[in-house]
Design a protein around this ligand. Structure first.
Ligand code: ATP
Length: 516
């Protein structure tokens, strides 16, 4: 199935099954803002728990906070966001669509890369066992030509970004004949800078009002609380502060479902280290975070790392963890070595000393910071697209049928077990309720008695419920039920008293955390 088609299917599936709704839909929606429905909120909560526990429970030197969305406006001057949190935007005069100029160029580069990958796949097939990748990419004419194009483009693009040369960014688009994906035309405006922060007024009297910002990242809430946490928690370096919370960006491009939203959630952890130790910790967190993704079953061809060509003003090393979304390989998480930039800036702007006193060396220093920053909504999208499958199955009577199943890792699934009386009489619903009431304290169960058992199985496949528990007449005789597994659709007879143990054994969060 073409990726575009999968993308559309995932969006409509997410809506149909109560995962994601367009915000204010009855008023025709609000662009790039989304609401999470009854199943979406559960999946989101579980992703948050997986992240939070992997940081705060598993590391004795990481603690969490929950800072306010509104912050003193000087925070954003100090952090550089007021002056430099801009994206280069460009409009197509024919389609009237607005784009991020850097994203247009990156997508163009990705197209060339795709051509190279296709050549490699073809050659692998042709040469079989004898295929030698290094030899192939260093000798094949078409691969070499395309790689040359990418290298030249990278060099010019990096320089234009570094010099903030908006004219050359536009010229790159013109020279490479990059066309508007909607109109196909190359009729572009000039490139302009656009600040991504939303502002609002604090206070009820407009003359006294102060402009404040909706935070564009959660990280600054951690930096301004560094001293509070370090002192009250008696934290010793190295240590980390984790936070999950909303962030807001007035994004230019708003056509990518929950990949790019104007209101979204971040899961960020700032790890404070001794200056000079930052590269060691950068590597540590890169590997730790990659393992976190791998534990969910994401494979090497689905996630890759991308080293930043242009470093942000605060960073001395940075990589992105990219995921192969239905819209292509894109950033899922960023890992940045932020140096002492933020703490130094806050010292300068606040006039307060923000340092760490090292008892061993009897001296003070401003810590360096390694940041891991992942978008919760992007992670949600990654899980959704990775788990979405359409399967052709053969029924008992030989008839072929289709099922849509979300193979969400059981620990993250919104509902762990569906409790289903086979029919709505003979005391089966009552027995099912007893089972439901005994399991509901341990995990999210759903009682469902409407429609045929086959339809109910499909409904639960579609929301990713890993276990269906069916109560039938035999249950009344010997306290056994049918346990059906979502992925294999296999069924087995088990005793009621074993259900808790069996479901938890596969779906408990511990299962995931122990893989780390
Ligand atoms: P991009 O280049 O895609 O705009 P970014 O480099 O600006 O992302 P960061 O500032 O590093 O992103 O933010 C950290 C993480 O927050 C990103 O890896 C992403 O998962 C998430 N994120 C950033 N912007 C958005 C958004 N508009 N919608 C959803 N998630 C976002």
């Amino acid at each position: 199935m073409a990726k575009e088609e999968i993308f559309k299917k995932i969006i409509s599936h997410a809506k149909e099954y109560g995962f994601i709704f367009q915000s204010s839909e009855i008023y025709d929606g609000l662009s790039a803002v989304y609401d999470y429905g009854q199943n979406g909120v559960e999946l989101k909560k579980n992703i948050k728990k997986y992240w939070w526990d992997s940081m705060v429970l598993l590391h004795e030197n990481i603690v969490g906070i929950d800072s306010a969305i509104f912050m003193h406006p000087t925070v954003w001057k100090a952090s550089g966001h007021v002056g430099a949190f801009n994206d280069p935007l460009i409009d197509n005069k024919d389609s009237k669509k607005r784009y991020r100029a850097d994203v247009l160029i990156e997508d163009f580069r990705e197209k060339i890369q795709t051509k190279i990958n296709k050549e490699i796949t073809k050659a692998k097939k042709r040469f079989g066992e004898a295929f030698n990748l290094d030899e192939f990419v260093s000798t094949n004419r078409r691969v070499l030509d395309n790689q040359n194009k990418i290298d030249k483009l990278n060099e010019r693009f990096t320089k234009a970004l570094e010099d903030n040369n908006l004219d050359d960014i536009k010229q790159i688009i013109v020279d490479n004949k990059i066309a508007c994906p909607v109109s196909g035309s190359r009729n572009w405006t000039d490139v302009r800078q656009f600040n991504l922060m939303f502002d609002t007024k604090l206070g009820s009297v407009s003359e006294d009002a102060n402009t404040i910002y909706l935070r564009p990242e959660t990280a600054q809430g951690i930096f301004v609380n560094y001293l509070n946490v370090q002192k009250t928690g008696r934290m010793k370096i190295p240590f980390g502060i984790a936070q999950i919370g909303k962030a807001f960006r007035n994004e230019i491009v708003a056509r990518q479902f929950i990949f790019r939203m104007r209101e979204f959630e971040q899961m960020e952890m700032q790890f404070f280290v001794k200056p000079g130790d930052e590269m060691k910790w950068f590597e540590f967190w890169k590997n730790t975070r990659l393992n976190w993704h791998r534990a969910l079953g994401l494979t090497e061809d689905q996630i890759r790392t991308h080293k930043h060509q242009k470093l942000a003003h605060y960073a001395n090393a940075a990589i992105d963890i990219e995921f192969d979304f239905p819209i292509g390989f894109k950033e899922l998480e960023g890992i940045h070595s932020r140096t002492d930039f933020d703490l130094e800036q806050h010292q300068k702007f606040s006039g307060k000393k923000i340092q760490y006193y090292d008892n061993e060396t009897k001296s003070s220093y401003t810590p360096y910071v390694i940041e891991t920053s992942i978008g919760l909504d992007r992670m949600f999208f990654a899980i959704l697209s990775n788990s979405f499958e359409e399967e052709i199955i053969e029924k008992e009577n030989g008839v072929k049928d289709k099922r849509v199943v979300l193979k969400i890792p059981p620990s993250l699934a919104p509902v762990k077990a569906a409790i289903l009386p086979l029919i709505r009489k003979d005391g089966l619903p009552e027995k099912a309720r007893v089972i439901f009431n005994s399991l509901k304290y341990d995990f999210n169960c759903q009682y469902d008695e409407k429609d045929s058992i086959g339809k109910r199985y499909r409904r639960h496949d579609a929301i990713g419920t890993p276990f269906c528990v069916t109560i039938d007449h035999q249950t009344l005789e010997d306290n056994s039920v049918t346990l059906r597994y979502r992925d294999s659709m296999e069924q087995e007879r088990v005793k009621i008293h074993k259900l808790n143990y069996m479901v938890n054994g596969l779906a408990d969060m511990k299962k995931l955390l122990k893989k780390l």
